[in-house]
Each structure stands twice: as structure tokens, then as C-alpha cells.
Design a protein around this ligand. Structure first.
Ligand code: ATP
Ligand code: MG
Length: 275
């Protein structure tokens, strides 16, 4: 049976597209057949992250409109067997069209075609506005929040978890270990207290990963940690990476060298609803 996973964040630049590709590659490496759906209508990017340089002729709305077949529109990754892409259109569509086209296209794909496999996972990179991200996520069984550990990122995630139709899981991305080591960022345990969601992965800010995206090279090879995230998605046990400062410090223990303003700031963020 196909499982649909939607990666969303509300906020831009949290790594949704990168995480979608890395997890898709890792699931394919685990032997699963995976369809990546680019949900950023008007601003597609997944083919670039995957290093696909061949021209894209058709997109999700073309399939939904019946202008092409699943075989015409789906592209198989030649580096990761079992990984396929449904590209987004480059022209703008309304939020309502986006969700309708997506559902129609996925139904046509799941009804199959001669050369189309039965997918174990459909992984959607939910781009665009908060509304369009929520609309796409509502069509998946498993919403996953891509969360950056900065105040705006954490607040966006806290808001989104109340807006998704199902309890989401989360991936923490773009941790800077220097910020953790200097206790500028709260440790993972405190972030987990504020956002009590299942963690599927923790990724540091990584220069190799950034360069892999710039050059269209293999994301999974650059960041093997994606394999552990894929295994957690598959329900297997895989330890989370150890990060500096990731041990039981409480919010009150923020050291004096962290300014009073910042201390109050994190305390307020963590003790939501209290004066
Ligand atoms: N862990 C990381 N280490 C280094 N660079 C990263 C990391 N995560 C994301 N990036 C970089 O940050 C940029 C934004 O990532 P990405 O495009 O995946 O975010 P997004 O959430 O999809 O953005 P948008 O909301 O614009 O669609 C990219 O250049 C990507 O390579
Ligand atoms: Mg994106």
C-alpha cells in the first residue's frame, strides 16, 4: 500500500525541498519505490536538487488535464533506481487548482501505466503559501514539519502543528553546532519540550550538503544521516545524532554570558501563555 508523506514548514528556506530529495533517495536505497512530488507550483526546484538536467516537457497540471500520460510526465532518477519525480508546472496556479490537480494526478498515477511501478511512498514537497502547504498536506497521511531551530522557525512549527489535520512528525534542520555549544540555542531536549512531536531526523547546517545542492550532486552521499531518517520513517529504530549541548539543561540554566534580553526571550517562547 502506498503511504503519502507531506513535508511542510509554513516558513520559507527551512530545507523542505532538500529534505524531500534526501529522504527520497534514502528510501529508494532501502529498496522502496518512491515518488517525489514537487508541490511548488510556479517555482519548481526538485529536478535541480536531484541534478536532473534534461528538459522537463510535462508537469502535474498537464497530467490532471489529461494532456499527457503518467509515462510522459514521470521521470525516473538514473542515479537512484526506484526514485521518481512528478514535476510541478512553472506557471502559476490557484491554491484550489493546486490541490485538485495534485489529487487527480496522483489518482491517475496510482491507477498505473505500463511502465509505472506501484509506489511504496509518495513524498510531497509542499511549497508556496501557508494555505497551499496545508491544502497539500491534508491530502497525505503523514505530515512532517521541516523545522529550523530559530525563534521564527519554532513559532511557525508550533502554529502549523495546530493547523494540520493530523498530528505531524518533525525534522529539525540547519542546526549550527556552534550555537548549541555556546548555548545560544536551547538544547534538543528543550526544543522537544516546546514541540512535543516525534523527531524523524536532526540535520546540522552542512557545507558539503549546501555544495551538493549547488552542483546537483548526490545528497545522500553527502549526508548519510538521511538513511537513519528513512529507517525511522519505516518504523525501525535508529539513534538520533549526538549534537553538542544536547543534554538535559533547563531553560533556567541559560548561562549569565547570554544576555538578559535573550534569556527572557527564550523563556517567554518556552513558557507560552504565561505572563
Ligand atoms: N542542513 C543544511 N545544510 C546546508 N544547507 C542547507 C541545509 N538545509 C537547507 N540548506 C540550503 O538552504 C537553502 C534552502 O533550502 P530548501 O530550498 O530546501 O528550502 P525550502 O524550505 O524548500 O525553501 P522554499 O520555502 O523556498 O521552497 C538551499 O540552498 C539548501 O541547499
Ligand atoms: Mg522548496
Amino acid at each position: 500500500m502506498t503511504q503519502r508523506i507531506a513535508i511542510l514548514s509554513g516558513k520559507g528556506g527551512t530545507g523542505k525541498s532538500l529534505l524531500t530529495c534526501g529522504i527520497g533517495e534514502a528510501l529508494a536505497r532501502e529498496g522502496k519505490t518512491v515518488l517525489l512530488v514537487d508541490g511548488s507550483q510556479g517555482l519548481r526546484s526538485l529536478e535541480l536538487f536531484l541534478g536532473m538536467t534534461e528538459g522537463i516537457l510535462y508537469s502535474c497540471p498537464d497530467l490532471a488535464a489529461g494532456s499527457c500520460s503518467p509515462e510522459d510526465v514521470l521521470i525516473e532518477d538514473d542515479v537512484h533506481p526506484g526514485l521518481w519525480l512528478l514535476p510541478a508546472a512553472q506557471n502559476l496556479a490557484s491554491d484550489q487548482d493546486l490541490a485538485e490537480n495534485y489529487e487527480k494526478a496522483l489518482q491517475m498515477i496510482q491507477e498505473g501505466g505500463t511502465d509505472i511501478p506501484e509506489f511504496d511512498f509518495i513524498l510531497t514537497d509542499c511549497g508556496g503559501s501557508l494555505e497551499s502547504q496545508l491544502a497539500l498536506a491534508s491530502l497525505s497521511e503523514r505530515p512532517v514539519l521541516a523545522v529550523t531551530p530559530d525563534p521564527a522557525g519554532l513559532r511557525a512549527a508550533d502554529k502549523l502543528r495546530k493547523l494540520t489535520s493530523k498530528e505531524p512528525e518533525m525534522i529539525l534542520n540547519r542546526f549550527d553546532s556552534r550555537d548549541l555549544a555556546q548555548q545560544i540555542l536551547p538544547p534538543l531536549s528543550e526544543i522537544q519540550e516546546m514541540l512535543p512531536l516525534k523527531i524523524l531526523g536532526v540535520f546540522e547546517e552542512n557545507d558539503g550538503l549546501r555544495r551538493a545542492v549547488l552542483t546537483g550532486s548526490d545528497i545522500l552521499q553527502e549526508m548519510p544521516e538521511f538513511t537513519n531518517t528513512a529507517r525511522r520513517i519505516l518504523g525501525q529504530d535508529a539513534a538520533l545524532p549526538l549534537l553538542p549541548g544536547n543534554s538535559g539543561r533547563t531553560a533556567d540554566a541559560i548561562p549569565p554570558e547570554v544576555s538578559g534580553r535573550r534569556r527572557t526571550f527564550w523563556n517567554r517562547l518556552f513558557r507560552k501563555g504565561q505572563k
